[in-house]
Design a protein around this ligand. Sequence first.
Ligand code: LCS
Length: 393
Amino acid sequence: MDSKRLGFRSKLVHAGATKDKYGSAVTPIYQTSTFGFDSAQDGANRFAGKSEGYIYTRIGNPTIAALESCMAELEDGIGAVATSSGMGAIATAFLALLSKGDHVVSTAAMYGPTRTILDKHLSRFGVSATYVDTSDFESVRGAMRPETKLIYVETPSNPLMQVTDIRAVAKLSHEHGCPLVVDSTFASPVLQKPLTLGADVVLHSVTKFINGHADVVGGILVARDELTYRKLRGMMTVMGCNMDPHQAYLVHRGIKTLGLRVERAQANAIEIARWLEARPEVVWVRYVGLPSHPQHELARKQMTGFGSMISFELKGGIEAGRRLMDRVKLAMLAVSLGGVETLIEHPASMTHAGIPREEREESGITDGLVRYSVGIEDVSDLIEDLRHALEGA
Ligand code: LCS
């Protein structure tokens, strides 16, 4: 059946489904590096794009294609490109869309290695970047230059949960004739659809919510138009940061329960965020679903829910944060996020350690900030775990 006509919950289960001669309920893992041609002419035709059929797994593979078609549908895009990691997706987007002399306007407080690609690597090829708090539209507008060729936004952002107005930034971006790329990892397509708000590319670290079970590293790019899609696919193919068929199978399996997981984790998160906000040991809590969040109203309009990522700071600063992280027992002290299990980490010394201290602090990532990714456990167990850890911290 054509899943395009189905509701979003049904799409999560059925999008990208392929039929084989055995009637398999799920797309099998085509664990093959290459595909035989029927004849020399058939091989030439496949390379020339004149006949259907796969060639080589770096270029395309049925298990990967099933996931790509699922994600393109979930994000309302025209095509998707799966990559070996979220960083593979981000590097592909930058390399496909930027040239020497181009300037990027980007979210300041975002996943550390995304800034590292721009600052340490693309800078060697003549690409420059200006980082601003993209949740402040006037800052984005003020950073635009004639040579700006890309706006890159992470929303909600890692680890401060800043929410950027995608529609407004997309309009600005298009007035300047440049594409808008949105890293929507913290939301997943269950909570926001950047392409429907005007973004040109949406990308995810599928390592997080989309796969959701802490057993795969992967990424995906979804494009709104054919030309951008071709640029992304061409770059991924020559860079060789393709996803593996087994990875794709696991991610596609994860997507079937994405809606259930996101909703359950979010229900836990709102309770935990409120509980934390009322604790005497806590200075502030950043959770998109709290009315105290600076972009709470925008999130209400732009997203269909608030997700399950929380940041907070304890009165005792970094030392109290360290004691808390060492004392929790149910929450695992680990980086990554968006899985069924609850994780806790320290951005300044872990995920965002690569951003120079001054710039990190300027963008609001303080040494005392603790990040908590809420899983789908019993919320009473999670709160008990935090209570016990806080009382001794
Ligand atoms: N985008 C965001 C928003 C991320 O949080 C991450 C990873 C990436 C992209 C990169 O994806 P990867 O290559 O790891 O699949 N964020 C991590 C984090 O906060 N802790 O560990 C990884």
